[in-house]
Design a protein around this ligand. Structure first.
Ligand SMILES: Cc1cc2nc3c(=O)[nH]c(=O)nc-3n(C[C@H](O)[C@H](O)[C@H](O)COP(=O)(O)OP(=O)(O)OC[C@H]3O[C@@H](n4cnc5c(N)ncnc54)[C@H](O)[C@@H]3O)c2cc1C
Length: 478
């Protein structure tokens, strides 16, 4: 950082380390009060886990990390911001999510609950009971889902939700649904949580993300995830906030003096930056924080859409590739036992089918990842492509170029993803209740806060971790 920049940055009220969605949300929350805030970003570009780049060929826009954004659409904080005025436009697929099977059929989730339940045939009523009840209760439980644990606004609605959410996904799916297709659909949504499906509270991910397909939609920003980051950054600047890129912070001692420091980082990088200022007990608590499995990601440039056998998959923004509940549960179990899955569960998005700006000349971009053991650098490309071929024969012939990202690449690009853990820490019951410790956003150092997805309400692009951390800083030191 040059001396001129430092001079300009004289006496900020608050500094934020990291420009992920939570860092930007924290900075905006503080700037909204008229205080001066500066964001320092280690990388050459802003956005952290929300960015886009030409990863394969010129003109092909790929989402580097997050691609599908129901939580951003529904975020109680983002909803209050004028992001559309800063260029953000959401695009919605006809089919929110499709899940193909070996016989050429698929199960689908549409925005419409009646359409979804009708297609699920004998399980339609059960789907309405399981997911539909969460959709109906959403206005009452949203505030509790998107915030740290606290006294609920609607205790009855939350208790009803909690009874289901705390179950293992596998158990709930088997009890609630009769058809293997519906069980597989539920398992695929639950697997986003990166927990084994026989572990509590894996059902909670299926309930929340499943409900969001109806409440918000599994939408993508026109032009790529970067547009969401750019809109947040533009709004921050309009409030007087500043962002400095290429500014890795190795120690919080290097920061300009400020009343509050908010770190959009997970516990391991926080220890490197500020460990010397913490008492032993807090240092040990952060050292005990558990990171989970990693991700292996592939981006493709295609000369035509994926040739899915099931027609609904060709109209879906997101496709869950992994077959039955048993197969998905087995694949996720393998990962937790330290073995890359032979037939991985693949989460795939095909934004260019609804957003032609992603690729030139009516060509296409595809984004996919599977879970792998923590820090594994196993090459999953052949297995991922084999899984896609299984449901879309001829897929490989459409590939113009590929970009592959393993766990080491993920962590190199963003220090928060320790061992390639894109969730910034395991989301099991213990680490949901106390994330990353019972202090949540606060640290023992006055004025120093964490605001990343390693704080409540956790993983995903919603900015609520940053919002609540900033609120705490505003009430305590600003
Ligand atoms: C492959 C992948 C796919 C995903 N898909 C989805 C999805 O489809 N939908 C969804 O909702 N979520 C998805 N996620 C998760 C989502 O991206 C994260 O939950 C979210 O980005 C977390 O935001 P954050 O602000 O907490 O941190 P991050 O986005 O991790 O941002 C942290 C920022 O801090 C910077 N930083 C770290 N240390 C320093 C330092 N010392 N000095 C300066 N800067 C520093 C980093 O460079 C980074 O820019 C995905 C993540 C990955 C990796």
């Amino acid at each position: 950082m040059g001396p001129r920049l430092l001079q300009r940055m004289n006496q900020p009220d608050a500094v934020v380390v990291g420009s992920g969605p939570n860092g930007l949300a924290a900075a905006i929350t503080i700037a909204q009060t008229g205080r001066k805030v500066i964001v320092f970003e280690a990388g050459p570009a802003i956005g952290g886990g929300v960015s886009s780049a030409e990863l394969t060929l010129p003109g092909f826009v790929h989402d580097v990390c997050s691609a599908v954004h129901p939580m951003a659409v529904q975020s109680p904080f983002f909803r209050t911001l004028p992001l559309a005025a800063h260029g953000l436009e959401w695009v919605e697929p006809d089919v929110q999510l499709a899940h193909p099977f070996d016989d050429g059929t698929s199960a689908s989730v549409y925005r419409s609950m009646p359409r979804t339940s009708a297609e699920l045939e004998a399980d339609g009523a059960a789907y309405r009971r399981v997911i539909g009840s969460v959709v109906e209760a959403w206005p009452n439980i949203e505030r509790s889902v998107f915030r740290p644990l606290s006294i609920p606004y609607h205790p009855l609605a939350l208790a009803r939700f909690g009874l289901k959410a705390l179950q293992p996904a596998e158990q709930l799916a088997r009890r609630a649904f009769a058809r293997p297709q519906t069980r597989a659909l539920f398992a695929g949504i639950a697997a986003h949580g990166m927990l084994p499906l026989d572990r509590r509270p894996s059902a909670s991910f299926a309930l929340v993300l499943g409900a969001m397909a109806h409440v918000a939609g599994w939408l993508v920003p026109r032009g790529g995830a970067q547009k969401l980051t750019d809109a947040l950054a533009a709004h921050l600047r309009s409030l007087g906030g500043e962002i400095a890129v290429d500014s890795p912070i190795e120690s919080i001692d290097d920061l300009p003096p400020a009343k509050a420091i908010l770190c959009d980082v997970s516990p391991r990088p926080l220890l490197r930056m500020a460990g010397h200022r913490f008492p032993d007990s807090y240092r040990r608590a952060l050292e005990r924080y558990r990171y989970g499995p990693g991700a292996f990601k592939v981006d493709w440039a295609l000369d035509a859409p994926i040739p899915w056998r099931a027609a609904a998959c060709s109209r879906a923004g997101t496709v869950h590739v992994g077959g039955t509940l048993e197969e998905i549960a087995h694949a996720e179990q393998e990962v937790w036992q330290g073995r890359p899955a032979e037939r991985p569960f693949v989460l795939l998005a095909q934004p260019s089918i609804i957003d032609p700006t992603r690729a030139p000349d009516r060509r296409h971009t595809v984004w996919a990842y599977c879970h792998v053991p923590h820090a594994s650098t196993a090459d999953m490309l052949p297995r991922i492509e084999q899984q896609i071929e299984r449901f879309a024969p001829g897929f490989r012939e459409r590939v113009l170029a590929r970009s592959v990202t393993n766990t080491a690449d993920l962590e190199r690009r963003n220090r928060n993803f320790v061992g390639g853990d894109i969730g910034a820490g395991v989301s099991d019951i213990a680490q949901i209740v106390a994330r990353p410790t019972w202090r949540t956003y606060s640290t023992p150092v006055r004025g120093l806060y964490m605001c990343s997805a390693s704080t409540p309400p956790g993983v995903g692009v919603h900015g609520m971790c940053g919002y609540f951390a900033a609120k705490r800083a505003l009430s305590e030191v600003l």
